[in-house]
Design a protein around this ligand. Structure first.
Ligand SMILES: [Zn+2]
Ligand SMILES: [Zn+2]
Length: 182
């Protein structure tokens, strides 16, 4: 059996590079050990799919966010496998159905002090009696809180842990919010 180790290498990145394109797989050269031509990100993802590898990390188990910063792949729980990625996708869809905006809004309604993401995630887990590790509770709760923030109900008050690329690509590990007072 041939090895399909896919590597992504950073290209020279201009100062005015589109940050979104950068984070989403642009400005890289893709190569597979088998020699197949991978001209762009789409081709690389397709080849990862046909070789049963995760389409986010291309089987490498790590996600390169910006040059000099990588993290364990969240799409496949760091396994690099397509099957794990699909299972995790289903779990995300389930979490979206179970953890609704209404539930989260209700749970945090009594908070008068700033609250952390991890705190709300624990509360959701306890309230809905969700076993640890089966559903991506943290990521889902983060999405909901960001949604409430976009709707003007909450305001993010913590500073980012790390600025990865100016102020457009920032890293928040356990951010905290507070209610917008009227
Ligand atoms: Zn290959
Ligand atoms: Zn992955």
């Amino acid at each position: 059996m041939r090895k399909h180790t896919i590597a992504a290498m950073w290209e020279e990145i201009p100062d005015d590079a589109d940050d979104l394109a950068l984070v989403n797989g642009g400005f890289r050269v893709y190569l597979c050990l088998c020699g197949k031509s991978l001209p762009d990100r789409t081709a690389a993802e397709l080849h990862a799919m046909e070789t049963d590898q995760c389409t986010t990390c291309l089987g490498t188990t790590t996600e390169d966010i910006v040059p000099g910063y990588s993290q364990k792949c969240t799409a496949c729980a760091g396994t690099g496998r397509r099957k794990a990625q699909l299972t995790w996708e289903l779990a995300h869809a389930e979490a979206e159905m179970v953890i609704t905006v209404e539930i989260v809004r209700d749970l945090i309604s009594g908070f008068t002090e700033p609250f952390r993401l991890s705190q709300v995630a624990d509360l959701v887990r306890d309230t809905l009696r969700l076993p640890v590790g089966r559903l991506p509770v943290g990521p889902r709760v983060r999405d909901v809180l960001r949604q409430l923030e976009a709707m003007g109900e909450l305001v993010l008050i913590s500073a980012p842990e790390q600025l990865l690329r100016g102020t457009t690509v920032m890293l928040y590990r356990d951010p905290y919010w507070e209610h917008v007072r009227n």
